[in-house]
Design a protein around this ligand. Structure first.
Ligand SMILES: [Zn+2]
Length: 335
C-alpha cells in the first residue's frame, strides 16, 4: 500500500498477519449455540466452505497519531433475494457483468476496528459473537493474538445494534459484557428502537428471532450503555456522524488526527458494487430504505469530493478504499 499524502491520509504501516486455527473457547461454544442461526433464514454462511474455513487476519494502519487495527470476525453471505428484493435477477446480472464480475456475489466480510489514540483504546463494533452465525465470532481470539486484553478496551462504540455488530459484546460464559472496563456508547435512537416492546412483530418473520436476540442482550446491558451524542467527538478526534436508515439510530465515525482522515462507515455502504453503482436501490437489510438511500448519497458525495479513505465493515477485506465518481454514480477503489 503506497503512502499517499495527496489524499489527506498517510498509511505508514500496513501488514496482514495470518493467525492459525487453535482450539479455543470460541470453538467450544460455537456449535452448541446456534439457535438463532437456525431460526434466521435471511442470512446464511458463505457459499464456499473454503471461504468459511480460511484463515483470517489483522491489518494495521496509522491515521496521524492514531493506530488503527482491523480485526476480522469472519464472513457470511447475504442471500440475493433478501438484499435486493425489488430487482429482477437479470437486472442484477447485468449490473455485475457491467463491472466485469462473472456472476453476482453477496459475500460480506465482518471488519471490526480497534483505534488506539492518546490514552484510549476504542473498539468500533464487536462482531457477531458465537451465537449468531457459525462463520463469525473469530474477533476475540484475534484480539488476544494481537496482544490486547479485552480488559484494556476503554470504549466500545456501536454503529448500530444488528447482531453482526452488537452480539459480540456479550461474553457467552456469563452473559455480561466481554469488556468489563469499557464505556459502551450507542445513540439513543438506536437503543430506543431496539427496546421498543413488540418490535419483533413489526419486522419480517425471518428477522423476529434476531430482533428478540438483540432486545435480550441490550436489555442486559442497558444500564451500562451511554447515550452517544450525534455530531460530537466521542474521544478527541473521533466524531460521530448521523447516517440513519440502515437502522434508525445508525451512525458512522470520522477519525481525524494531524490532518489525516479515515471514515468508518458502519453499514452505510455495504456492498462493493451495488452500494456504489446503484446507491438508490433498496437494500433489503435496511430498516428504513428511503433514509438509508439518502444517507448513502450524502456520504458517497462527501467521500468522493474530499477523497477521504473509507473503512467499510462489510467491504472486501480489510475494507479500506476510496470512492470515485463513475458514470452517473460511483465506484469503490480498494487500496
Ligand atoms: Zn452489518
Amino acid at each position: 500500500m503506497e503512502p499517499d499524502a495527496r489524499r489527506g491520509h498517510v498509511l505508514l504501516t500496513s501488514q496482514d498477519s495470518e493467525i492459525g486455527d487453535r482450539p479455543t473457547r470460541r470453538k467450544i461454544l460455537q456449535y452448541g449455540a446456534s439457535a438463532f442461526f437456525g431460526a434466521n433464514l435471511a442470512l446464511s454462511p458463505p457459499r464456499s466452505p473454503q471461504a468459511a474455513a480460511s484463515v483470517r487476519g489483522l491489518h494495521t494502519l496509522t491515521v496521524g497519531q492514531a493506530k488503527v487495527t482491523i480485526i476480522s470476525d469472519g464472513k457470511f453471505n447475504f442471500p440475493q433475494a433478501f438484499v435486493l428484493p425489488d430487482r429482477k435477477p437479470a437486472e442484477i446480472d447485468a449490473l455485475f457483468s457491467k463491472v466485469g464480475s462473472e456472476k453476482p456475489s453477496f459475500d460480506a466480510e465482518v471488519n471490526v476496528v480497534l483505534i488506539r489514540m492518546a490514552d484510549r483504546l476504542v473498539l468500533v463494533d464487536t462482531g457477531g459473537g458465537t451465537e449468531f452465525l457459525p462463520t463469525l465470532g473469530r474477533f476475540p481470539d484475534l484480539l488476544q493474538s494481537a496482544g490486547i486484553a479485552s480488559e484494556d478496551i476503554t470504549d466500545v462504540v456501536f454503529t448500530h445494534a444488528h447482531p453482526d455488530h452488537f452480539w459480540g459484546v456479550i461474553d457467552p460464559f456469563d452473559g455480561m459484557s466481554r469488556f468489563p472496563n469499557a464505556r459502551l456508547h450507542m445513540t439513543a435512537g438506536e437503543r430506543d428502537y431496539w427496546l421498543k416492546p413488540g418490535l419483533e412483530r413489526s419486522v419480517p418473520p425471518d428477522l423476529a428471532g434476531v430482533t428478540l436476540g438483540t432486545q435480550r442482550r441490550l436489555s442486559t446491558l442497558k444500564d451500562q450503555v451511554e447515550e452517544l451524542p450525534l455530531g460530537q467527538e466521542i474521544v478527541p478526534g473521533l466524531l460521530s456522524v448521523a447516517t440513519p436508515g440502515h437502522t434508525p439510530g445508525h451512525i458512522s465515525l470520522h477519525l481525524t488526527s494531524q490532518g489525516e482522515n479515515l471514515f468508518l462507515g458502519g453499514d452505510v455502504l455495504i456492498h462493493p458494487i451495488v452500494s456504489f453503482a446503484e446507491p438508490a436501490w433498496r437494500w433489503g437489510a435496511d430498516v428504513d430504505w428511503p433514509d438509508a438511500a439518502r444517507s448513502r448519497a450524502r456520504i458517497l458525495d462527501m467521500l468522493a469530493s474530499d477523497q477521504i479513505l473509507l473503512l467499510g465493515y462489510h467491504l472486501p477485506w480489510p475494507g479500506l478504499g476510496r470512492v470515485e465518481r463513475h458514470d452517473s454514480a460511483y465506484r469503490w477503489i480498494p487500496v
